[in-house]
Design a protein around this ligand. Structure first.
Ligand code: SF4
Length: 210
């Protein structure tokens, strides 16, 4: 189990989130996404430093085949990253995968999608192409057992059963849940939608609208 808890001040407050969210330009969305991601990453780093048995390592990508829900500002940050931080050839390849995945996901129910093991469009050579602005859901996701993640990946039909339950750390689950609550409160405070959408479908809207 994890050791010392990082300072509670590391949890961004709704007011601060709302102030950042008020700038709904792509640059503003990028700043908000990075601010929240920074808080999550700092908390995970503190837990790791305290000896938390987090099994996640670079190159382990089972969870990058799951359905990912993103806030609109996160989709905007990912889109901005695609267009400004990646090479044209890499961005084009990712956009094609986004469009292909979105079309495939359109034909699936959410549960069917969760069982389909569709590789995220940003997954490239075992790494996240947009790691610096990956969604909160990705950054918060963790496991203390790689075999459990591998089993869940290999047996998607066992989803929701104890067989593929993911062991995770209570401290990090609570922090992530609090950050999610504060994010929704901060977005709501400035009148922005706090509902999430499927990653590829929201990115497709931005690609086609650009
Ligand atoms: S955005 Fe990155 S971390 Fe999240 S599922 Fe896609 S490849 Fe994985």
């Amino acid at each position: 189990m994890a050791g010392a808890i990082a300072s509670p001040a590391a949890l961004p407050a709704p007011d601060a989130i709302g102030q950042l969210a008020a700038d709904s330009t792509p640059a503003g969305c990028d700043a908000l996404a990075r601010h929240l991601l920074g808080a999550l990453d700092a908390r995970f780093a503190a837990e790791r430093a305290a000896g938390a048995p987090i099994a996640c390592v670079a190159g382990c990508t089972f969870c990058c085949h799951q359905r990912v829900g993103v806030f609109p500002h996160e989709a905007a940050a990912l889109h901005r990253y695609l267009r400004t931080r990646l090479s044209p050839s890499e961005a084009t390849a990712i956009e094609q995968r986004i469009l292909g995945n979105a079309a495939r996901i359109d034909a699936l129910s959410a549960d069917e999608h969760r069982r389909a093991n569709i590789a995220c469009a940003f997954l490239q050579d075992g790494r996240c192409s947009a790691y610096a602005v990956r969604p909160q859901a990705c950054a918060a996701y963790h496991s203390t057992s790689r075999p459990h993640c591998e089993y869940a990946y290999e047996h998607p039909d066992d989803m929701g059963t104890p067989k593929n339950a993911r062991p995770a750390l209570l401290e990090l689950k609570l922090f992530s849940a609090a950050l999610l609550d504060n994010t929704r409160a901060g977005l709501g405070a400035v009148g922005l939608p706090a509902a999430k959408g499927e990653l590829h479908q929201l990115l497709r809207d931005l690609i086609e609208g650009a």
